[in-house]
Design a protein around this ligand. Structure first.
Ligand SMILES: O=c1ccn([C@@H]2O[C@H](COP(=O)(O)OP(=O)(O)O[C@H]3O[C@H](CO)[C@@H](O)[C@H](O)[C@H]3O)[C@@H](O)[C@H]2O)c(=O)[nH]1
Ligand SMILES: [Mn+2]
Length: 734
C-alpha cells in the first residue's frame, strides 16, 4: 500500500505501511490476553494468601506486573501502523523554482565551552552553513548559553575559514561538509584539499590554545570590530549574570567568499542572564533565539540543532522541503523530524547510545498516526507552529515577531540590532505567553518531548524523515556515568510532564485521541524501575532462602510465564531486526534497559518525588562532549567505564552480587534435594539471566584499570547485599 503526492506527475514524497502491521496487531491481542491471565492469577493468589509474607510477595508482583502490563500496552500503540517514507529531493527544483525556496533560520545551541568544545560547535555550524541551499536564504544563529568569549572567538575564526570552506565544498561537490569529519579521511587527490586542511588545522590549534589558556589574549585580537566585541566581557561578567551579546559575524548583504559568492548570515547570540530570573535552560535559549532571529531574518522555516550533532548530508533541507512545499499537507504540518544518529559507536553499542526505540522505532509508529515527537535536534519547524494551533493563531506581543512579518531592514541596522537586544533580555518574557502558550514550552527538563507533544495537542501534524544516509550525525557519551546522568535527566523531565495536568494519559488522549495519547506514555519510563528492581532482587532473595514463589515446571501457569517472557523479548528483537540492527546491539539495548531500571530510572523517580514536595530543585546538567583518550581506548575495547564512585552504581553492583549468590545457592539446594529443581527452576533462570546481564559489572569489579568500579562501591554494595539477605531471612523464613 502506498500513497503518493504528485505535482505534474513528479512525486515529492511517498510512504508505505510496514508489512508487519497485521502480525503486530494479532500478536498484541494474544500477548495481552496472556498478560491479563497472569494478572488474574496474581489477584487470585492475593485473595487466597495464607500468610502475611505470601500476601506481600504476591502484592509486589501484582504491582510490578501491572506496571509492566501498562507500559507494554502503551508501547503497542505505535506498533499498530508503522510507516516508512521516501522523499524525492531531485524533483523539488522541477516543482518549485530555487528562487522561490523559503529562507532558513538555523539555531545551534551550546551552553558550556569546557563541556562542549567550541571547535565542535564550529564544525556543526560549518556543516549547515555549507548546505546546498541558496546562501542568501540561509542564516545560522549560534546560541551561547555559556556566555563565553572563547566560543565567540572560535566563531570569528570560523567565519574567516568559512569563506574558503564553502566554495571548496561547492566546487568539488564534497558530501562531508563538516570539516573535522571530512579531514578524518585522506583526500590528497584534490589539490586544494591540502591547503584547506592546513588552514583548518591552524584554526583548530589556535582555538584550542585559547581554550586552554581560558582567555582570549590581546595578540589574538586583530581588528577594531573584534576588540569592541570582546570589551563586553567586563569584570563583573559571569555566565549566570551578563548583558545580551549579539555579534553579526557574517552578513549576506556584504560578505563574500573567496569565489565571490555571497555568504550565509552567521550571528552569535548570548541572551541576557541574571541571577534573579529563571532562564529555563535550553527552552529559554530557543525562545530567545526564535525572537532574535525574527527581528533579523524571520525565516518561515527554522532548524533547531544541538552543537553535538553535525549535518551529514547537504541535501537535508531539500528533503524537509519535500513536505513543507506540498500544498496538500502544508497547512497543518508543524515540523519535520530527522532521527538522532551517532558516529563513533562501538560494534556492540555497549551503552545503547543509538536508542533505536526512542529515535527510530517509536517515531515510525507515531508517523502512521499524527506524526513523531520532537527530539530536540535535527528538526525543521514551520515558524508558524510556535504561535498557536493551525486554525488558532496566537500573535506574539510585538507584531514584528509575528511569523508573517517581513523584515525589510538590513540585519546590522541600528533599529534591528536594538530590537534584537531588547527581545533577548531576561525579563522580556515576564507576563507574556512565551513558554506557556507560544514558543518552546517550559516546565520540563525534556523541553523537546513536552514541546512536540503540546504542539501535536494543538492540532499540528509532524513527519518523520529517515533517509538511508543519516541527515545528522552526533556525539554520544562513552562512559556509563554520563549515559546514566543523561537518562536520569530525561526520566525526571518525562515524569514532570506525565504527572502534570498535561499528562498524556488524560490531557493527551483527550486532545489527540487514544493512539497518540498512549504513544506519548513512554514518558512514564521511570516507573520501569519498579518491576526491574523487583525482578532483580525478590526472586533471588527468595531462592537464597529456599522459598518457591513461582509455578512449578509441571503447572500450566509455568508455560504462561514462559510465553509472556519469550513473547515480549522476541517482539523487541524483531523490531530491531526490521531496522537492520544486529543481535549484539539488541542485546546491549535490553541490558542497558535493565541497567537504567536499577539506576537512572530509580534515582530519577526518587529525585522527581523529592522535587514534587519542594525538597530539591533540579537543573539541566549538560552532557560532557570532551573525549578522554584513555576512556576512548577502553570504549573501543568494549569494556564498560565506571570510574567514579557514584551512588548510581550501588543498586547495580548489589544486584550483580545477589544474583550470583542466588544462582550458586540454588544449585546447592537442588543437589541437597531439599527443594526440587521443579519449583526453583524459574527463580534459577531469572538469577541466571541476571548474571548474563551483569557480566560487565563483574568485570568492572575485578578489573584494575581506571575505569573499574571503585572499591568503595563494591564494599558498600556487598554490605547492602548481606543486609538484604539478612532482612529476607527474617521475613521469608516464617
Ligand atoms: O541551559 C542550557 C542547557 C543545555 N543547552 C543545550 O542543549 C543541548 C542539549 O544538551 P545535551 O547536554 O547535549 O543533552 P542531551 O541529553 O544529549 O540532549 C537530549 O535531551 C535534551 C533534553 O533533555 C534535548 O534538548 C536535546 O535536544 C536532546 O538531544 C546542547 O546543545 C546544550 O548546549 C542550552 O542551550 N542551555
Ligand atoms: Mn546531546
Amino acid at each position: 500500500m502506498s500513497t503518493t503526492t504528485t505535482h505534474n506527475d513528479l512525486p515529492l514524497h511517498t510512504h508505505k505501511r510496514s508489512r508487519r502491521t497485521t502480525a503486530n496487531r494479532v500478536f498484541a491481542v494474544v500477548h495481552s490476553c496472556a498478560i491479563l491471565a497472569l494478572l488474574y492469577r496474581h489477584a487470585l493468589s492475593l485473595l487466597h494468601s495464607t500468610s502475611l509474607t505470601s500476601f506481600l510477595i504476591t502484592l509486589t508482583f501484582l504491582i510490578s506486573d501491572s506496571i509492566l502490563a501498562f507500559m507494554y500496552s502503551t508501547a503497542q500503540s505505535p506498533r499498530m501502523t508503522p510507516i516508512y517514507r521516501k522523499e524525492f529531493p531531485e524533483n523539488l527544483k522541477r516543482v518549485v523554482k530555487e528562487s522561490d525556496f523559503p529562507a532558513l533560520d538555523m539555531i545551534i545551541c551550546t551552553a558550556d565551552p569546557f563541556k562542549e568544545p567550541p571547535m565542535n560547535v564550529v564544525n556543526t555550524a560549518l556543516s549547515v552553513m555549507a548546505y546546498d541551499y541558496p546562501t542568501d536564504k540561509v542564516s545560522v544563529y549560534v546560541s551561547d548559553d555559556g556566555g563565553s568569549a572563547l566560543t565567540l572567538f572560535a566563531f570569528m575564526e570560523a567565519a574567516r575559514f568559512a569563506s574558503h570552506w564553502l566554495p571548496f565544498c561547492r566546487e568539488n561537490s564534497i558530501v562531508e561538509r563538516c570539516p573535522e569529519a571530512y579531514f578524518e579521511t585522506d583526500h590528497s587527490r584534490l589539490p586544494e584539499a591540502d591547503k584547506i586542511k592546513i588552514m583548518y588545522q591552524g584554526m583548530k590549534v589556535m582555538v584550542n590554545n585559547v581554550i586552554e589558556r581560558g582567555k582570549v589574549g590581546d595578540e589574538y585580537i586583530t581588528g577594531e570590530r573584534e576588540r569592541l566585541a570582546f570589551r563586553k566581557w567586563t569584570d563583573g561578567f559571569t555566565r549566570q549574570d551578563h548583558p545580551t551579546i549579539i555579534q553579526v559575524l557574517l552578513d549576506n548583504s556584504e560578505d563574500r567568499d573567496i569565489a565571490d559568492n555571497s555568504m550565509p548570515n552567521l550571528i552569535y547570540v548570548s541572551r541576557e542572564k541574571s541571577r534573579t530570573s529563571h532562564h529555563n535552560f535550553k527552552a529559554g535559549a530557543l525562545n530567545a533565539l526564535l525572537r532574535v532571529s525574527a527581528t533579523m531574518t524571520n525565516a518561515p522555516i527554522v532548524l533547531t540543532l544541538d552543537c553535538d550533532m553535525f549535518s551529514n548530508d547537504p541535501q537535508t533541507p531539500h528533503r524537509a522541503l519535500c513536505y513543507f512545499l506540498d500544498p496538500k499537507i502544508q497547512s497543518e504540518l508543524g515540523y519535520v523530524q530527522f532521527p538522532q544518529r551517532f558516529h563513533g559507536i562501538d560494534k556492540s553499542d555497549m551503552y545503547a547510545s543509538e536508542n533505536r526505540h526512542l529515535f527510530e522505532i517509536n517515531p515510525q509508529g507515531m508517523d502512521g498516526v499524527l506524526g513523531p515527537n520532537y527530539v530536540g535536534t535535527g528538526c525543521f519547524f514551520s515558524r508558524r507552529v510556535f504561535f498557536g494551533g493551525p486554525s488558532k493563531f496566537l500573535p506574539p506581543g510585538n507584531p514584528q515577531l509575528s511569523p508573517n512579518n517581513v523584515v525589510d531592514k538590513p540585519i546590522q541596522s541600528p533599529e534591528v540590532l536594538e530590537l534584537a537586544h531588547h527581545v533577548a533580555a531576561c525579563n522580556y518574557e515576564k507576563n507574556s505567553n512565551w513558554g506557556s502558550k507560544i514558543g518552546v514550552r517550559y516546565g520540563s527538563l525534556v523541553e523537546d518531548y513536552f514541546t512536540g507533544y503540546r504542539l501535536q495537542c494543538e492540532g499540528w501534524k509532524s513527519i518523520f524523515c529517515n533517509p538511508d544516509k543519516p541527515a545528522f550525525s552526533g556525539d554520544s557519551p562513552i562512559n556509563l556515568i554520563d549515559v546514566l546522568n543523561q537518562t536520569k535527566r530525561w526520566a525526571i523531565g518525562l515524569l514532570e510532564v506525565c504527572f502534570s495536568r498535561y499528562s498524556p494519559i488524560t490531557f493527551g488522549i483527550k486532545a489527540m485521541g487514544l493512539r497518540m495519547g498512549l504513544a506519548y506514555c513512554y514518558g512514564f519510563w521511570a516507573i520501569w524501575s519498579i518491576p526491574i528492581t523487583t525482578y532483580a532482587f525478590l526472586p533471588q532473595l527468595a531462592l537464597l532462602n529456599g522459598l518457591t514463589i513461582f509455578p512449578k515446571v509441571s503447572e500450566p501457569w509455568f508455560l504462561l510465564y514462559v510465553f509472556v517472557f519469550i513473547g515480549a523479548y522476541f517482539e523487541d528483537l524483531l523490531d530491531f531486526h526490521s531496522i537492520g540492527v544486529t543481535f549484539q546491539k539488541w542485546w546491549s539495548d535490553q541490558r542497558m534497559w535493565l541497567i537504567k531500571g536499577l539506576s537512572s530510572f530509580l534515582f530519577g523517580s526518587i529525585e522527581f518525588f523529592f522535587k514534587s514536595f519542594g525538597i530539591a530543585t533540579l537543573g539541566f546538567n549538560v552532557t560532557s562532549k570532551v573525549l578522554d583518550e584513555d576512556q576512548s581506548k577502553r570504549y573501543e575495547q568494549g569494556s564498560m567505564e565506571f570510574g567514579v564512585p557514584s551512588p548510581l552504581f550501588v543498586p547495580l553492583t548489589t544486584a550483580a552480587i545477589v544474583n550470583l549468590a542466588a544462582f550458586a545457592w540454588g544449585h546447592v539446594e537442588v543437589f541437597r534435594g531439599s527443594n526440587g529443581l521443579e519449583g526453583l527452576l524459574m527463580q534459577m533462570f531469572i538469577a541466571g539471566f541476571g548474571i548474563a546481564n551483569c557480566m560487565p559489572i563483574y568485570e568492572g569489579i575485578i578489573r584494575s584499570d581506571k575505569g573499574k568500579i571503585p572499591t568503595k562501591i563494591t564494599l558498600v554494595s556487598t554490605f547492602i547485599a548481606f543486609a538484604l539477605y539478612a532482612a529476607a531471612y527474617v521475613t521469608l523464613r516464617n
